[in-house]
Write a protein that binds this ligand. Structure first.
Ligand SMILES: NC(=O)C1=CN([C@@H]2O[C@H](COP(=O)(O)OP(=O)(O)OC[C@H]3O[C@@H](n4cnc5c(N)ncnc54)[C@H](O)[C@@H]3O)[C@@H](O)[C@H]2O)C=CC1
Ligand SMILES: O=C(O)[C@@H]1CCC=N1
Length: 299
């Protein structure tokens, strides 16, 4: 399968690396684009054996699956650029935070196959977590195709689109929270006399081991937590400090704030979308069409 990335930044590189190192996808079947000013990023991705270009249309022309891997506010520009050559033999897979499928569909020919994915950077080591939603123009086979692609680089699950913002707040942004947690644990180790190197390793294995236990035992985290905390032992003392600082509340707040940020980023681009598309017929989103007709009528 021919895969293209429009945008050759951090997340595109993580996905490309993950796909290639799985052995299931060949670098020579992958192409990526970025503007000339970002040549350095393209050099990185070129090192994987991936073809590169500054021309987004070339990527779309040469791919069956076209990932949109630019920042959210660039989505409109790049999707509009490829729209004239976009046909139903191509699948558009956007990983942009906040940007709805409806928005992208209105920039493309009607019945275009559009998928919205929220991946995360651990895809680079085959330990990603991705959720995806399929657009109205997708084929029955698209769910399997996307699932196959994403499960090559980790866990993948299909969800209704309304859940993509919460997924973004949890697993999309989550690696950054966990890197911070590892750094904090390591700082504690260093404070108590362990070397920095050993502290980071112990902290990383601790998170890795805890995550692996959850996934492999299927036990609730509370059950596994209880098994570590002996009455009057060290873990209960450590946990008390975390709870005094509002540990779990902070994590809940983080997921909530990031989810809301994703949603509001999408809302930010919507007015432009309505104005741009008032003149087009849209035959697979009746509710949206009537909203656009209403706006057009008001002009
Ligand atoms: N970094 C992460 O952990 C995750 C990022 N995402 C999403 O992935 C998307 C990309 O994020 P990152 O890779 O982190 O950003 P990045 O800044 O590393 O990459 C963005 C890329 O877009 C390219 N670009 C800019 N304008 C362009 C244009 N007109 N045509 C073609 N390419 C263009 C840049 O050269 C750069 O390679 C964002 O929408 C983000 O929300 C989603 C999940 C996780
Ligand atoms: O922080 C961001 O905007 C992106 C989306 C999810 C992870 N990184």
């Amino acid at each position: 399968m021919k895969i293209g990335f429009i945008g050759g930044g951090k997340m595109a590189q993580a996905l490309a690396r993950g796909l290639i190192s799985s052995g299931r996808y060949k670098a020579e079947n992958i192409i990526a684009s970025s503007p000339k000013v970002d040549n350095k990023l393209l050099e990185e991705i070129r090192k994987l054996g991936v073809a590169t270009t500054h021309d987004n249309v070339e990527v779309a022309n040469n791919s069956e699956v076209v990932f949109i891997a630019v920042k959210p506010l660039q989505v409109s520009k790049v999707v509009s650029e490829i729209a004239p050559i976009f046909r139903r033999d191509k699948l558009l897979v956007s990983i942009a935070m906040g940007i709805t499928m409806r928005y992208m569909e209105t920039l493309l020919p009607s019945k275009s196959r559009v998928v919205r994915v929220m991946p995360n950077t651990p895809a680079v080591v085959g330990a990603g977590a991705s959720a995806y939603s399929l657009g109205a123009g997708c084929l029955d086979t698209d769910s399997g195709l996307v699932h196959d692609l994403l499960s090559t680089v980790g866990f993948a699950v299909e969800v209704p689109e309304v859940l993509i913002d919460p997924v973004t707040g949890l697993s999309g942004s989550g690696p950054s929270y966990m890197f911070n947690a590892i750094e904090g644990l390591a700082d504690g180790g260093v404070k108590m006399g362990l070397s920095r190197e050993l502290s980071i390793k112990l902290a990383a294995y601790t998170l890795y081991g805890a995550a692996k236990m959850i996934l492999e035992t299927g036990d609730h985290p509370a059950v596994l937590k209880e098994a570590v905390q002996s009455p009057g032992g060290t873990s209960a003392y450590g946990m008390h400090e975390l709870e005094k600082g509002g540990f779990r509340g902070l994590l809940i707040n983080a997921v909530e704030a990031a989810s809301n940020r994703s949603k509001s980023t999408g809302d930010l681009v919507l007015p432009r979308q309505s104005m741009e598309n008032m003149i087009y017929e849209d035959d697979h989103h009746e509710e949206f069409t009537s909203k656009r007709v209403a706006i057009a009528g008001r002009r």
